[in-house]
Structures are given as C-alpha cells and as structure tokens.
Design a protein. Structure first.
Length: 336
C-alpha cells in the first residue's frame, strides 16, 4: 500500500510539473541566448549552443517524463545553505550514475570543456557579480527589500551548488562566495518604490550594459572590460532574469544566466525547495537537462537529479558538477 501511495503521489506531482513547463518543454541550457532577446523567446533554444541538445533521436522516451517515480527522495538535500563554511561531501558513484555520466560525456564533453561555467567564475574571482533583469510588460512595484531578497536567494542557492565542489582536487573556495549586485536592468513598466543603491538601466530589453557582461566577452581569455563604466565592479558574470509574460517554459538557463517566470519565482522566494531556480543555476554551472535522458540505459536506471525531476540537488548533480570543474581545470588552469 505504501508503494502504491508513493507512486500515486509522485505521478500527481510530476503531472503538476508538466503543466507548469518543468517537464518536456523546458529548453533550459541555452548558452548562446542573445542579451536583447526579450520579445520572442519561444525560439531562444534554437541557437548553436548547448547542453540542452540532450534529446537523443535514438531514444523514444525523452518526452514522457510525467511518470517518473524518482521524486519521492527529493528531500534528501545533504547540503546546508545556512552556514558560511562547508565540508567535503563523500559521494560514491553508483553504477547507474556512472552509466549516465558516460552517456552525458559522450554527447557533450567537448561542448562543456569549451566554455567557462559557474565553478570557473568562482575559481577566478572568489565572488560573483549579477545583473537582475526585470523584464516586465505590466506595471510592477519593486522595493529595495525585494531586490535584496532576490540577491540573497541567489547567493544561498549558489552556495548550495558550491558545496558539491569542496574537497575536490584544485578547488580552493570552501566558504560561501559573495554574490554582488552589479545593477538592475528594467523595462519602463518597473516602478522602483525606493531608490536602488546600484545603477539602474531602463530600456526595452531590461539589459545591463553588454560592455560589462562576461557572456559577451566569453571568447576572450582574459577580458579587461575596458569600456565598462561602473562605480565598483569591473563586470558582471550572468543575468538573473525575470519576465511577467510567457516565454515558452517555466525557466531557461545557460552560461549567460537564468530566466524565470516572475510569479513562479515569487513563490520560490519563500519556498524551502526553489526547484526551478536551482535547476536553472545548474545550467549556469554547465549541467544538462537530465529529464530528457532515457529512463533506462541497458540495465541502468536514470539517477535522481534536480536536473531531471527531483525537488532538491542530488548526488548525481554534484557528480556532474565535479566533472565540469575537472574539465575546466584541465582546459584553462592546469598549466598555470
């Protein structure tokens, strides 16, 4: 009876996720999305990038994620976002995880190794800079308190991901990395109740300056951002982008940042498990959409993962994150 109830609960939960765009139609890891793509975003997953070319024509079950029964271990969140210091997580990869790791790397290793991702931003700087994009088509009142809540939420969730790297070879950032707010990009419909203490860039695309955006300069080994004008930061690393209108999914993500539905994020802001925020930050870290992978590979079952359909970061997510770090270290830093 317990097994049946668990299966029914998981099925109902995943039907709900499918309805809000978390399963089957989320083209999330769009690493080449344009900074000014703010009006017709249902096509932003056609660019040449990404680890979300993860749908494999050789499998026939990549879209039927509504029956996944892995969600009943979603509270197994072994990390802590309430402390500023972390300890190494002992993770022994299972045979299932090893099989799916090989499946991912066979498809995406060259692409993942060709770019710098969240772990590499942290490694180089010891901090992160973000632009909050308020891409609104309807009037929205925004307070300083809300802006700080967004910044802190992102810092908390980055720290949760960061803890998966503690103790890994060559990783040195074992304390919580600060996330600094570079500025706010906003459409004219945004009403600031308070005067922000960071630059505000009002334009139809809700963009912070391209001259200051790491993504725009990602083909340069050591960009100097000479044309970036800012009172305290040289650049920002990625966007935290919110839209109050439909753009084809609950969220998108890539090395350019994250994009979420505004109302959904307001719910996640007060949630213990902000699943879409965590999932999209996983794409900023270079991870694929595991929910597009087949349920089974030969005799192996798809591991639980927030990059699949689980509510919290799982061991397999951290194993993939460690591989992203390892590939980046070999490509960019090993000879230093």
């Amino acid at each position: 009876m317990h097994t049946i109830l668990t299966y029914l609960f998981a099925s109902l939960f995943l039907v709900a996720l499918s309805g809000c765009g978390l399963i089957g139609d989320e083209s999330t890891n769009d690493a080449t999305q344009s900074q000014d793509d703010t009006t017709d975003d249902t096509t932003d997953d056609t660019t040449d990038d990404t680890t979300d070319d993860t749908a494999d024509d050789t499998t026939d079950d990549t879209t039927d994620d509504t029956t996944d029964d892995t969600t009943d271990d979603t509270t197994d969140d072994t990390t802590d976002d309430t402390t500023d210091e972390g300890e190494a997580l002992e993770i022994v990869a299972t045979d299932d995880e090893l099989a799916y790791m090989d499946f991912w790397l066979d498809r995406d290793q060259d692409f993942v190794a060709s770019l710098k991702w969240l772990p590499h931003f942290i490694h180089e700087q010891g901090e992160l800079g973000i632009c909050i994009k308020l891409d609104f088509q309807n009037p929205q009142d925004i307070t300083d308190e809300l802006i700080e809540s967004i910044r802190l939420k992102i810092e908390d969730r980055v720290w949760l991901w960061q803890q998966g790297l503690i103790g890994e070879p060559n990783w040195i950032h074992n304390t919580r990395v600060p996330v600094r707010l570079f500025g706010i990009g906003a459409t004219p419909q945004t009403n600031f109740v308070d005067t922000p203490d960071v630059p505000v860039y009002v334009n139809d695309g809700a963009n912070c300056p391209d001259a200051c955006f790491r993504f725009v300069s990602r083909d340069q080994d050591n960009p100097l951002y000479e044309d970036c004008e800012h009172p305290s930061l040289t650049h920002f690393d990625f966007n935290i982008w919110y839209s109050d209108f439909g753009f084809g999914a609950a969220g998108h993500g890539g090395d350019w940042g994250t994009r979420l539905d505004w109302d959904l994020f307001l719910d996640e802001l007060v949630s213990e498990y902000p699943r879409v925020t965590d999932h999209e930050l996983g794409h900023v870290a270079g991870l694929p959409d595991v929910y597009l992978y087949p349920y089974t590979l030969d005799a192996y079952e798809r591991p639980p993962a927030i990059m699949a359909s689980d509510l919290a970061i799982q061991d397999f997510d951290y194993l993939m994150l460690r591989k992203v770090w390892e590939l980046g270290w070999a490509a960019y830093y090993a000879e230093d």
